[in-house]
Design a protein around this ligand. Structure first.
Ligand code: SF4
Ligand code: SF4
Length: 172
């Protein structure tokens, strides 16, 4: 009987292989193939724009104040109607996030009064140098939407006076 034991074990192993040969593979051929993320996934940050291309970020630094990891650095400058980046008085002339510090808690998103910063679905974060881990505004800002214009824009005086859009429904 002891002579048959290795053969039984071999047969069991082959049976396991055979069983899984006809099942749908779970392997994803990354990076050619990408799995969609869950709806509540928090990936790399995106700085959003309005439909007309103006930047939603008004350089208020509330996100930086809310960040528990001290990962955000914001420097703001004045908008003018001849050179406008965002509605209202100020825009973020410098916006940086240190991805080595970020813990993807989403507090920055919650603190933002204009919904300028959101944690998107991008998870491809790789760098070989500590300096590369600091993502500047140019990397974070979304492309200009179709029909919009790049910033800075020349705008009509007195049109974009509010930094924070008026709420249509205060319960929003
Ligand atoms: S997700 Fe959290 S840790 Fe990361 S930048 Fe935002 S507030 Fe800071
Ligand atoms: S992302 Fe939002 S909270 Fe942060 S500086 Fe810009 S407007 Fe203010």
């Amino acid at each position: 009987m002891r002579v048959l034991e290795p053969l039984i074990e071999l047969a069991r192993g082959l049976w396991t292989t055979l069983r899984f040969m006809f099942e749908k593979p779970v392997t994803v051929q990354y990076p050619e193939q990408k799995k969609p993320v869950k709806p509540r996934f928090r990936g790399r940050h995106v700085l959003n724009r309005y439909e007309n291309g103006l930047e939603k970020c008004i350089g208020c630094s509330l996100c930086a104040a809310a960040c528990p990891a001290d990962a955000i650095f914001v420097e703001s400058s004045e908008n003018t109607d001849g050179k406008r980046f965002s509605p209202g008085e100020r825009y973020a002339s410098t916006y940086e996030i240190n991805m080595l510090r970020c813990i993807y808690c989403g507090f920055c998103e919650d603190a933002c009064p204009t919904e300028a910063i959101t944690l998107g679905d991008q998870y491809e974060l790789s760098f070989t140098d500590r300096r590369q881990a600091i993502y500047p505004k140019e990397m974070l800002i979304e492309p200009v939407p179709v029909g919009g214009q790049p910033t800075p824009q020349k705008t009509e005086p007195g049109v974009f006076t509010r930094s924070v859009p008026e709420m249509k429904d205060p319960r929003d």
